[in-house]
Write a protein that binds this ligand. Structure first.
Ligand code: SF4
Length: 465
């Protein structure tokens, strides 16, 4: 994505008032709900600090904890696979489906499967895939893309959802949310009866017990992980945590940060396939551990981003996200965390502009349940990406350097700047010449004073003498 393509997307997103209104409304609601949810905790700041420390500690000993985690998953009867990148993850899961003759997959909402592009790979391999989270189901029906990591249809209104469902499912048109939910429920019940492969992401992997934890707000998570005969969980390696007791800390924060709920409606702990004494569950449980650039991130200066729980709070808090929505980022991960993670995961360097999509107001840092210093990391990434800046900008900085080093050049620069900026009499610049035109179009700038401090000082001295 070139700078021009990025700007074009942002301009289009800002111009789409319907999307902006939908995103504004939903995110403000979530920000309020989060604040209320956090107020219910005795010491929310201490809890956020603790959560950040647990994550940081785990990242510093990641190989150790991964070893413990995978050994326990195997001991529980699960099968563990490693995927070094997205292609390997797709191949592994498609091969699992092919070798077992699996034809119908149900999926729990998972950003990691979006990251590796699993759906299209499975469809190409002859496996029909159904998203079962209501939001993701609508995204799939409408051949759209999620625009938020927790609320995939944050950009859609009722009318669009009703139109997509009537068109794709052949049901009667209704904009009643309860009726639409019942239509989707009925449709998906039949899919659940016929499915043979269940695919999920993982919110947390507990090293101590080899348990995976999946948090959802709909019953689809449990249906997708108990009904099919084979379950595959795709997990980023950074999702491991040391102990079951640590889970309590994260569960108090995850849903609260995301939607304001004290806890998600369904918290499922899965420790392997169905045992002889179990009433239900899959006969095979496969855990696919995905690296896809995470080891490299861990070894670099931006390792802190791997603490992320994917709660979406930083998206809701971000004034940039609230104005442009998720699609403008052209990435699976939008918002402040996406502006960091996407350039790090993207080896082609197509997203180097994303760290600039931030006002650096700090709202994301305050919202983050694991205390990631997002603004600081964004600034660092901007600095690290200076090499990719345009020639014009480099020339500008060179000119500034020269002006600051020489008094004559500084005075000349002041005069040039005066001439380049126009004024409507209010004291504020109303436009500029050349590159200053686009800069001043989006920013308020006081017009430089007609007489400089040096001039005033000289006049003062002359009057005194
Ligand atoms: S960076 Fe923090 S606030 Fe943003 S999604 Fe991750 S955990 Fe949530």
């Amino acid at each position: 994505m070139s700078s021009r393509a990025f700007r074009k997307r942002v301009t289009a997103a800002i111009a789409d008032r319907r999307v902006a209104a939908a995103v504004h409304h939903a995110t403000w609601h979530k920000v309020g709900a989060r604040a209320a949810g956090m107020r219910m905790l005795r010491n929310p700041e201490r809890l956020r600090e603790l959560a950040g420390q647990i994550k940081q500690h785990t990242l510093e000993r990641l190989p150790e904890y991964l070893e413990q985690f995978t050994a326990n998953v195997r001991r529980n009867g699960g099968q563990v696979h490693f995927a070094k990148d997205a292609a390997e993850a797709r191949q592994l899961i498609c091969e699992l489906a092919r070798s077992r003759g699996l034809k119908l997959a149900v999926k729990v909402k998972s950003m990691t499967t979006e990251e590796v592009g699993l759906n299209s790979a499975l469809e190409a391999a002859g496996v029909r895939v159904f998203e079962t989270d209501l939001g993701e189901f609508i995204v799939q029906l409408d051949r759209d893309r999620p625009s938020h990591i927790v609320t995939p249809i944050i950009h859609k209104d009722r009318r669009q959802i009703a139109t997509a469902m009537a068109r794709e499912l052949g049901c009667q048109y209704t904009e009643d949310p309860a009726a639409l939910t019942m239509i989707a429920r009925k449709y998906l019940r039949d899919v659940f009866r016929r499915c043979d492969l269940g695919i999920s992401g993982v919110n947390f992997g507990v090293a101590e017990t080899g348990t995976i934890c999946i948090c959802t707000n709909e019953g689809n998570g449990r249906m997708s992980t108990t009904r099919p005969r084979v379950q595959v969980a795709l997990m980023g390696i950074e999702k491991v945590i040391p102990r079951l007791s640590d889970l309590a800390v994260f569960l108090k924060l995850l849903a609260r940060s995301s939607t304001g709920q004290p806890m998600g409606s369904y918290t499922s702990l899965i420790s392997g396939p169905r045992r002889a004494t179990d009433a239900d569950g899959p006969s095979e449980f496969h855990l696919v551990l995905l690296d896809n650039g995470r080891s490299e991130i861990l070894a670099g200066p931006f390792a802190e981003v791997l603490r992320c729980l994917r709660c979406g709070a930083c998206l809701n808090a971000c004034p940039v996200y609230r104005n442009i929505g998720g699609h403008a980022y052209h990435s699976v991960y939008p918002g402040p965390i996406g502006s960091l993670v996407t350039p790090l995961l993207d080896r082609r360097g197509d997203h180097h502009d994303l760290p600039r999509a931030s006002s650096l107001c700090g709202a994301c840092r305050v919202a983050c349940p694991v205390n990631i210093d997002l603004p600081e990391l964004l600034v660092r990434m901007r600095a690290a990406g200076r090499a990719s800046q345009g020639r014009l900008k480099k020339l500008g900085f060179f000119g500034w350097l020269c002006a600051m080093r020489s008094e004559r050049a500084y005075r000349a620069a002041q005069r040039i700047l005066q001439a380049m900026l126009s004024d409507d009499g209010s004291g504020w610049t109303t436009g500029g010449v050349g590159p200053l035109a686009s800069w001043t179009a989006g920013r308020d700038l006081l017009r430089p004073a007609p007489r400089s401090f040096r001039q005033l000082w000289q006049e003062e001295l002359r009057e005194q003498s």
